[in-house]
Design a protein around this ligand. Structure first.
Ligand code: PGA
Length: 253
């Protein structure tokens, strides 16, 4: 019922020419992965070029972050409205590289999610614990706190426009993927909390992606878990072959 989404977070990688080549290759291969929705998230300066490269394909475009405001004196920032204008249908908010690398608070992430919805762009809200938090037995507490704050300004009627990514910080870019029981436990906790926040009916339709060292080798195991509705892929999304191999690992539902 929830079509899996395979989302490629390109982070701060690729020249414009490389980004266009990658987008074209993903678009050309998309037919080989009919069971998944596909989206790519280039750096903001390449959005227009990548949008043109994806035109007419079933691969959609997203931004890696947005500001809370529509416009104004915010040097270096990009608004969700500008992302929409550039052809984005989604934006990642609360990625750990922004929470932990740049000090973004739970509250700020919640206001970004609200801005995205106001701009007509779907927020993908990232949540996840650090290694120290997991070792202290605080994984659920942290992820659920981030979830509640991230969705604090979302109305139940908008739940169809929200997506969540569980991304344990210790699994991102490390090659250490979370074990299936860890993924299932966290995804089930998140879904249950979504029900409390937005009502069971709305929560049921929200995709919860897993992210953190997803590769073509481990994708089939992760995507077969009933609580996993897709993947947010970093490193392995930087080549069309590995990204599409992950998308092809989506089991028939
Ligand atoms: P990774 O990144 O696949 O390189 O671990 C995932 C992410 O940060 O979204």
């Amino acid at each position: 019922m929830r079509t899996p989404l395979i989302a490629g977070n390109w982070k701060m990688n690729k020249t414009s020419g490389e980004a266009v080549d990658l987008a074209r290759a993903v678009a050309a291969g998309a037919a080989s992965a009919p069971g998944a929705d596909l989206a790519v998230f280039p750096v903001a300066v390449h959005l227009a070029a990548v949008a043109a490269a994806l035109a007419g394909s079933r691969v959609t475009l997203g931004g890696q972050d947005c500001h809370t405001d529509r416009q104004g004196a915010f040097t270096g920032s990009v608004s969700a409205w500008m992302l929409a204008d550039a052809g984005c249908t989604r934006v990642i908010v609360g990625h750990s590289e922004r929470r932990h690398g740049l000090g973004e608070s739970d509250d700020l992430v919640g206001r970004k999610a609200r801005a995205a919805l106001d701009a007509g762009v779907r927020p993908i809200l990232c949540v996840g614990e650090t290694l120290a938090e997991r070792q202290a037995g605080r994984s659920r507490e942290v992820a659920l706190r981030q979830l509640r704050a991230g969705l604090a300004h979302v109305r139940p009627a908008e739940s169809g426009r929200v997506e969540v990514a569980y991304e344990p910080v210790w699994a991102i870019g490390t090659g250490v993927v979370a074990a299936p029981p860890q993924v299932v436990e966290m995804h089930e906790a998140l879904r249950s909390a979504l029900g409390d926040l937005l009502g069971a009916a709305g929560a049921d339709g929200i995709r919860i992606l897993y992210g953190g060292s997803v590769t073509p080798q481990n994708a089939a195991t992760l995507l077969a878990l009933p609580s996993v509705d897709g993947a947010l892929v970093g490193g392995a999304s930087l080549a069309a072959d590995s990204f599409l191999a992950i998308a092809r690992a989506v089991p028939a539902r």
